[in-house]
Design a protein around this ligand. Structure first.
Ligand code: ZN
Length: 119
């Protein structure tokens, strides 16, 4: 997606302390969540968006069940989506570092496939 950062696109959901540190391949997932929150016209705040244990981890505040469901789905999809380019991804590792990447990004970054059961 875009050169426009998500913080600029959705200033109402972030503040200056919000930490958006996941790779660009997952920004479309965050964009989708923010669009849904806009449509719900609910209270929604993003504190932190990062990668943890190969997947997207979102710390947020809302009571809206539709937005909560969207976040759960985005976190699930992230385990199958390259964090760096958004292509279909799989679990990779390099030393003690783990990430979800596509074949190309894995090669570029010197990772190897991590054959594990994702559950
Ligand atoms: Zn990739």
């Amino acid at each position: 997606m875009s050169d426009i950062s998500l913080k600029e696109k959705y200033p109402e959901f972030f503040n200056s302390n919000s930490d958006l540190s996941c790779g660009p391949g997952w920004h479309l997932l965050i964009d989708g969540i923010c669009r849904i929150a806009e449509k719900q016209k609910c209270h929604f705040h993003l504190f932190q968006v990062k990668q943890k244990f190969r997947g997207l981890r979102i710390h947020y505040d809302t009571n809206n069940l539709v937005v909560k469901g969207a976040i759960e789905l985005a976190e699930f999809i992230s385990f199958y989506t390259c964090e760096f380019c958004g292509n279909k991804g799989f679990s990779c590792c390099k030393g003690g570092w783990y990430a979800t990447m596509c074949e190309d990004c894995k090669e570029k970054k010197g990772y190897i496939e991590n054959k594990i059961n994702i559950e």
